[in-house]
Design a protein around this ligand. Structure first.
Ligand code: MIG
Length: 725
């Protein structure tokens, strides 16, 4: 084992000779220190780490997973999996995010940088024992120390590098379905959104836009003049976001297939021939995204669609999902033939049934192909979790080459820590179940801790049918998630915001408008999280150290100023809330109409109607609110409303930039720093305008602990800096 100091308080312990994942961007210095901190290590066939948890320790992290914000009591396996049934017992979803934080007698973070199978048993087998089993002996382990949870997270996010930043329009509402089949249908969706006056920035193209499910092709039949159609839709205010699948169809005259074969860019089987699996188009090869050259080749293919006016994509099926292979199919069919005319008993019948059921995403298949990593053949199973990561990296690196200073929208289904620098993720095929709203709530802070800031769930649920109430309640939570998309599966009930009754459409319109008026806050908080290696969604325990806050699973802090307490139960007329301190409650139903209640510290029940979104402004914190428009580019935020809940003083930094380029990386962005201080019965407001030319006026509503409101307006163009009273 070699030990490195990466940055202050972060150590790396290297075992054997691991495959590089590029998850961590710092190399560090070798130092003389032998023992892994906190854990005992069993180094037998596999590497096993053990930590004795104390009675009240809670365990956070693990990104995209089932169960709670607190992972204690669960068992989880990191192995990117295409499993569309997110039932509570599932150990793996699409992402592999091997970072967790212990908050208890000891406070520290641990990152297992290994891209094959890792098992986390967090007090499941033995209630106080945290056991991490790695299917290999070649890996890096990082231990992150810090005084607070925030310290630990900041350090971890620093060593894995800054998050991906999408274009600002990608913070708008997005409408999707598998599939809006053709140009006519897509246009009908756009027109319905317009007719119902529902803000929306983009409409998704699922697999049916392609010719026979071939990547980077467009069905001439369903989208006859694609380029002019893309333009027409953009003129109406909608961007089209096509899906890209991992598998490349095997077909003689298909360019991507031919080039991949000619250059050896596909994963290979034991004999060195391109590995064959079957997915949507039937038989496919998998591009070897772990091979640098292949990655560049595939990444530049996105240009085919970019040249037609596309500026956003979603990468799917990149665990990679496998429907079947020839091996598996042969075994199953042979068994079926053998079974014919036999008297199948309990064993032979289930054996036969399983052989078909296990055709998809089968471990044997994942063990039977190879990657070419810098000239070395590496078995897929050992690097499985890097596949979707590197597909998305291919796209992002492609964009950098195609149009270096333009931000593209890109997010992926499969992921590993490190991919957060290249794109976002959505959380895959959930269901229209109330339980999955709660799952969505619990997953967001865990994802953020693992670096994934641009993320969100299929709002309304992918599988199963949704009713209006579920869509409303889910949308009322998702409006806070950076990726805000309504998506559903083929064959399910339509669930667009206007798909129900007029009352529900009205509620959803207001809900989505609220999202647009919150853009100044959401975008500021997102960008500050990126810059400061911070998270956007946090559990209460990040800010409040009381006994209850540690265990709250259904309330979240959003950015620096807000706490949200979503409704995730059917027929609810309100809910119980833990208030760690007094806060200002705005039950937002109409962005234009605001009244406030001061809610005291303690256990509280608050009434929440179907059209209300409870937004809590924390003590001595500030919310900036703009106006709404039907898409992001039309927002006119020359005036902002500043809502402050002030006991003695509050400060807020409003951030903005051009929203479309990477100039912010060169320091080209603006900030308005707002300071409010209570002096006797009045407030002193200090504004420091750092480069903002857009916002001309701030309308203040300052509320004190007794609920008294003072309103003032300030023209900020006059002053560059200084006190205004
Ligand atoms: O196996 O492209 O998660 O969002 O609509 C289904 C069709 C394949 C899975 C994705 C889903 C998408 C669907 N895809």
């Amino acid at each position: 084992m070699i030990v490195y100091k990466i940055i202050d308080s972060v150590m790396k312990y290297r075992f054997g000779n691991p495959v590089s994942t590029d998850a961590v961007v710092f190399k560090g210095n070798e130092i003389n220190k032998e023992k892994l901190q906190y854990f005992t290590v069993e180094n037998q066939q596999f590497l096993k780490l053990k930590y004795k948890m104390h009675k009240n320790d809670i365990v956070l992290g693990l990104g995209e997973n089932l169960k709670g914000i607190n992972k204690r009591g669960g068992v989880f396996e990191s192995y990117c999996s295409d499993d569309a049934d997110h039932t509570p017992d599932k150990k793996s979803l699409y992402g592999a995010h091997n970072f967790l934080v212990i908050n208890g007698v000891e406070k520290f973070g641990i990152f297992i940088d290994y891209p094959g199978r890792v098992l986390f048993d967090i007090g499941f087998t033995h209630k106080d024992e945290l056991e991490i089993t790695i299917n290999d002996k070649n890996l890096d382990i990082y231990i992150i120390n810090g005084k607070s949870l925030r310290d630990i997270i900041n350090r971890f996010l620093k060593i894995i590098g800054k998050s991906y930043v999408p274009p600002k329009w990608a913070f708008g509402f997005q409408q999707s379905r598998w599939s809006y089949q053709d140009a006519k249908k897509v246009e009908e969706i756009a027109n319905n959104l317009i007719k119902n006056d529902i803000p929306c920035d983009s409409i998704y193209l699922d697999i049916d836009y392609m010719e026979d499910f071939k990547d980077f092709t467009i069905s001439k039949k369903r989208f006859p003049n694609f380029k002019s159609f893309v333009k027409k839709m953009k003129d109406k205010g909608f961007r089209l976001i096509p899906i890209i699948d991992a598998g490349v169809k095997i077909e003689d005259d298909y360019e991507i297939y031919k080039e991949g074969i000619e250059n050896g860019y596909f994963c290979v089987d034991e004999e060195g021939n391109p590995f064959i699996a079957a997915v949507w188009p039937g038989k496919v090869h998998f591009p070897d995204f772990l091979n640098k050259e292949a990655r560049r080749w595939f990444g530049l293919k996105y240009k085919k669609l970019i040249d037609l006016g596309i500026d956003g994509f979603w990468n799917d099926m990149n665990e990679p999902a496998i429907f079947y292979t020839e091996r598996g199919l042969k075994e199953a069919v042979d068994l079926a033939k053998e079974s014919k005319n036999k008297n199948l008993n309990i064993h032979s019948f289930f054996n036969l049934k399983d052989s078909f059921e296990n055709l998809s995403n089968n471990t044997e298949d994942y063990k039977s192909f190879y990657h070419n990593i810098d000239g070395e053949l590496v078995n897929h199973d050992r690097v499985h979790n890097l596949y979707g990561y590197n597909m998305t990296r291919a796209a992002a690196e492609g964009f950098k080459e195609i149009e270096p200073n333009k931000r593209f929208l890109i997010f992926s289904r499969a992921s590993y820590i490190g991919m957060h620098r290249y794109g976002g993720i959505w959380t895959g095929d959930n269901h229209s179940w109330w339980e999955h709203i709660l799952l969505n709530i619990k997953m967001m802070p865990s994802l953020n801790m693992c670096g994934f800031l641009y993320s969100g769930a299929d709002t309304g649920g992918f599988s199963s049918d949704a009713n209006a109430e579920l869509i409303i309640r889910w949308t009322q939570f998702s409006l806070f998630t950076p990726l805000f998309r309504n998506h559903s599966a083929m064959g399910t009930r339509n669930q667009e915001p206007y798909a129900f009754d007029t009352e529900s459409t009205d509620t959803l319109r207001n809900t989505i408008r609220l999202r647009y008026s919150l853009i100044p806050y959401i975008y500021s908080e997102y960008m500050k999280a990126v810059k400061n290696h911070d998270i956007y969604f946090a559990p209460l325990s990040f800010e409040y150290d009381d006994k209850y806050s540690r265990y709250v699973e259904d309330q979240l802090l959003v950015g620096d100023s807000l706490m949200v307490t979503p409704i995730y139960k059917e027929n609810a007329i309100g809910r119980y809330i833990w208030m760690p301190e007094e806060m200002l409650l705005w039950k937002a139903s109409d962005y234009n109409y605001r009244d406030y209640d001061v809610i005291n510290k303690g256990h509280q029940y608050i009434d929440i109607n179907i059209n209300e979104i409870p937004i809590f402004i924390r003590k001595n914190k500030i919310l900036v609110l703009g106006s709404h428009a039907n898409n992001i580019e039309k927002l006119d935020n020359t005036q902002l409303n500043v809502i402050a809940f002030v006991d003695n003083k509050a400060t807020y930094t409003y951030y903005d930039d051009d929203g479309i380029t990477y100039d912010f990386d060169k320091g080209i962005y603006s900030e308005i720093v707002i300071d409010i201080e209570k002096i006797d019965d009045d407030y002193r407001i200090n504004i420091n305008n750092k480069g903002n030319k857009h916002v001309k006026k701030l309308n203040f509503e300052i509320i004190d602990l007794r609920g008294n409101i003072i309103k003032k307006s300030l023209i900020i163009n006059r002053v560059e800096k200084g006190d205004i009273k």
